[in-house]
Design a protein around this ligand. Sequence first.
Ligand code: 5GP
Ligand code: ZN
Length: 134
Amino acid sequence: MGECIFCKIIKGEAPAMKIYEDEYTMAFMDIAKDVDGHLLVIPKKHFTNILDCNDEYLINLMRTVKRISNHLVDDCGYEGVNLLNASDESAGQSVFHFHIHVIPRKLGDNIKAWPNFGGAETPTEDIFKRISML
Ligand code: 5GP
Ligand code: ZN
């Protein structure tokens, strides 16, 4: 298997339309061309997803996500953002280097960024009993 594509982008061995970079993080345009302004924010160290990312990188990743979100709204004419993440194949992850999708939003833009889940199958109380950490 070849090297992780996002690690290659970090090293400058693969191209990317980079919009932001600091010591811990990088943000660039998603190549999918599926929705206007689709951005990815990644840690500059390889973690598979949120499940193995350490706190140092996670904190800095979220700081960058907020910084970019504020920039999109304050400087670029957007009004809000959707933040999306898939952690693990079971959740739909396709690139196994941790990343947060940022979708810039404007009222009435008609983007369907929130999934239509189709209805719960199990009573909420049953799941609550199983997963409560208190
Ligand atoms: P996931 O399905 O893991 O949540 O998202 C992976 C994302 O990475 C997809 O939206 C896909 O379009 C994007 N992607 C995959 N390969 C590349 C690439 O080489 N460059 C960029 N900029 N985005 C990529
Ligand atoms: Zn990687």
